[in-house]
Write a protein that binds this ligand. Structure first.
Ligand code: URA
Length: 469
């Protein structure tokens, strides 16, 4: 037989074709069942997810299946099977036996000014927990924990499994990015969901989030499910549906899972923007955080401490978290985490102990104050409108992989409830161009709602959902 380069190429790619052909009759049938609103067998879901992870299913078939799931939904049992199959597509982080019952994490569905993780991970470590926090980057209008931390020179989000283990042994917490070997099926599915308008699907979000948390081998997980103007889920009812789905599946994966439903109408805290949010987090760990941020940190921390039995009640847990924010032990953990993740010791010390923000993180070139043209009380600040301007100024990215600007952002001088008099400044905008464009000024001024009387106090956290509730 004459061996040509063509026969050699066919021989090389034959195993791939053989697997594709074996998969070919089954995948269209699985898609058809879901397309027509049927319930999939466990084996079908597992076959699909394995094929996604191994690269044996065509992208067009994955897209069709995702759209079928997005339109027809999945029941609780299908969602659990999907999540476990995604989890099985990669490795799980192994921990020493003596950490049993101590490994915890949190996840937020995304917000504006949501910097809770930056204070919560060190606070939990200061309370004796192990926190392997695998976080994400900002997408669309929401900020990402990794982008915020990368505004600190030297901070490295990419850590190997061995490095994660070492940082948890020595510090107790780390905040890192996803590694190649953890839940590879999610990487493929998420990329295709992003370009096929299938992100907003409760079973797909549940599978994506819970599989990534379950591979951390957690004892307990708190989920901050946001709803409102600047949340991906606008209504409390849809946020609740997602929360229930994630709590159910997380619990089935052996994790004590609790969800907090919280309002995302106004920005969280007084600063929005990558390095500005690091500053506010340091202040929070110096016991000087704004009330809404402190409430979210202490509530979620308290629920986790209670879930792993470190305290007798969630309220006692909240007190413990509050005390490590006040006595400096959370901040000491944060400083240790920064140096363990690549920040020069002198920089970490200046940032945390001397509050030397402008000397450690690059400040924006310009800043502009905006003032009000009437007297009144701040009723609301539209976090979505604000975030859209900030995204245009470079705080966030429009596409995965875009660079972000770490220095731009806003400092809110008059939060909700504050009384303003005509001509008083309400916000400071940090920007890189010499002139803040008129359209941005107009949009920011529009985001502020002022009324003649003080507004009613806002209930930030509207419900807590756990397996027993
Ligand atoms: N975050 C994730 O990790 N996955 C989703 O599907 C949505 C938000």
């Amino acid at each position: 037989m004459i061996i040509t380069s063509t026969t050699r190429r066919v021989a090389l790619i034959w195993p791939y074709f053989a697997t594709l052909m074996a998969a070919a009759p089954q995948i269209p049938e699985i898609i058809r069942i879901k397309r027509d609103g049927g319930v999939l067998k466990d084996a079908d879901i597992e076959f699909f997810v394995q094929g996604v992870a191994k690269g044996t299913i065509q992208e067009s078939q994955i897209g069709a299946m995702l759209m079928a799931i997005r339109l027809q939904g999945m029941n609780a049992s299908e969602t659990a099977v999907l999540t476990r199959a995604m989890l099985s597509s990669g490795e799980r982080l192994p921990w020493p036996k003596e950490w049993h019952g101590l490994v915890v994490d949190k996840h937020s569905t995304g917000g504006v000014g949501d910097k809770v993780s930056l204070s919560l991970a060190p606070a939990l470590a200061a309370c004796g927990c192990k926190v392997p926090m695998i976080s994400g980057r900002g997408l669309a209008h929401t900020g990402g924990t990794l982008d915020k931390l990368e505004s600190i020179p030297g901070f490295c989000v990419q850590q190997s499994q061995q490095q994660i283990l070492h940082i948890l042994e020595t510090v107790g917490c780390c905040i890192v990015g996803q590694t190649e070997s953890l839940v590879p099926a999610d990487r493929v599915l998420y990329g295709i969901r992003d370009v096929t308008s299938t992100v907003d699907s409760i079973p797909l979000v549940t599978g994506s989030i819970i599989s990534k948390k379950a591979c951390e081998n957690l004892s307990a997980l708190v989920l901050d499910v946001k709803f409102g103007k600047a949340a991906f889920y606008k209504s409390e009812a849809s946020a609740r549906e997602l929360a229930i789905s994630m709590v159910e599946v997380g619990t089935q994966c052996g994790i004590r899972t609790i969800a907090v439903l919280s309002k995302m109408d106004n920005p969280i805290g007084l600063r929005v923007g990558n390095s500005l949010e690091v500053m506010e987090s340091v202040e929070c760990m110096q016991g000087k955080g704004p009330a809404d941020l402190v409430q979210l940190v202490t509530k979620q921390g308290g629920l986790l401490l209670n879930a792993i039995g470190k305290v007798g009640s969630a309220e006692e847990g909240e007190e413990q978290i509050r005390s490590v924010l006040l006595d400096g032990s959370a901040l000491a953990k944060f400083e240790a985490m920064l140096t363990a993740q690549g920040v020069e010791a002198g920089v970490a010390r200046r940032l945390c102990r001397d509050s030397d923000f402008s000397g450690t993180m690059k400040p924006a070139k310009y800043s502009t104050y905006l003032s009000v043209d009437q007297d009144g009380f701040v009723q609301s600040i539209d976090a979505m409108a604000l975030a859209i301007v900030l995204q245009k100024l470079g705080v966030g990215r429009s596409q995965v992989g875009d660079p972000v600007n770490h220095s731009v952002g806003v400092q809110i001088l008059a939060p909700v409830g504050h009384r303003l008099t005509r001509g008083e400044k309400w916000i400071r905008v940090f920007h890189e161009e010499a002139e803040l464009a008129g359209e941005h000024v107009a949009a920011l001024q529009e985001s502020l709602d002022i009324g003649p009387v003080p507004c009613a106090p806002i209930t930030l956290i509207t419900d807590i959902i756990s397996a027993s509730s």
